[in-house]
Design a protein around this ligand. Structure first.
Ligand SMILES: C[S@@+](CC[C@H](N)C(=O)[O-])C[C@H]1O[C@@H](n2cnc3c(N)ncnc32)[C@H](O)[C@@H]1O
Length: 171
């Protein structure tokens, strides 16, 4: 697998990325995580998203150096929370790294992806609570060190439960 990242943080994030039809890197900025997904053909469709035009431009510049490999990469300038209304296909997995816990909760609530890989910067206990309330379970939850700083990197999956609350109460 091509993962020549010098950052333990980015390598840890990348190690959780599954193979999926559509993956979105929200707040992609430099585009290194997106480029990893692209290079390793992890997704048929890759959404590279950022709210800042300058940041998205950095990701585009990095992609200009990559060889085409059949992955369809789409660059979308928007708030990550608005992606659902901007693309017509379902997103299987999202990556949100480097944003605050409340912003992450806002985006997850809007998109409700089956899988999310998260690297929050603040309000982490609040984010964990919101994820549980939104029916996500923790598949991985790691505390890592990178260049003298500590990070909580998590991979969560939405529970698929066929019993609705109403059915549970009736039985
Ligand atoms: C600190 S950088 C993190 C870059 C990269 N994901 C990483 O972890 O190294 C945060 C990026 O998220 C973008 N951003 C902030 N809020 C956003 C939102 N609501 N939707 C999409 N992008 C957002 C910023 O413009 C910035 O490029």
């Amino acid at each position: 697998m091509k993962n020549a990242m010098r950052s333990n943080r980015l390598s840890t994030i990348c190690s959780y990325v599954p193979k999926a039809d559509t993956i979105a890197d929200i707040g992609a900025d430099h585009g290194k995580v997106s480029a990893y997904i692209y290079r390793n053909s992890f997704a048929k469709n890759l959404i590279v998203n950022d709210i800042s035009a300058d940041s998205l431009q950095k990701a585009k510049k990095l992609f200009d150096t990559l060889k085409p490999n059949g992955t369809a990469a789409q660059f979308i300038l928007s708030d990550g929370a608005d992606l659902k209304s901007l693309i017509s296909i379902p997103i299987d997995c999202i990556i949100i790294a480097g944003l605050g816990g409340r912003e992450i909760t806002k985006i997850i609530t809007a998109l409700m992806p089956p899988i999310a890989i998260l690297d929050p910067r603040k309000n982490i206990p609040e984010l964990r609570q919101s994820l549980l309330e939104l029916d996500y379970q923790f598949i991985a939850d790691t505390h890592i060190q990178d260049k003298g700083r500590f990070y909580d990197i998590m991979c969560v999956e939405r529970r698929i439960c066929s019993l609705t609350k109403k059915t549970i109460i009736q039985h």
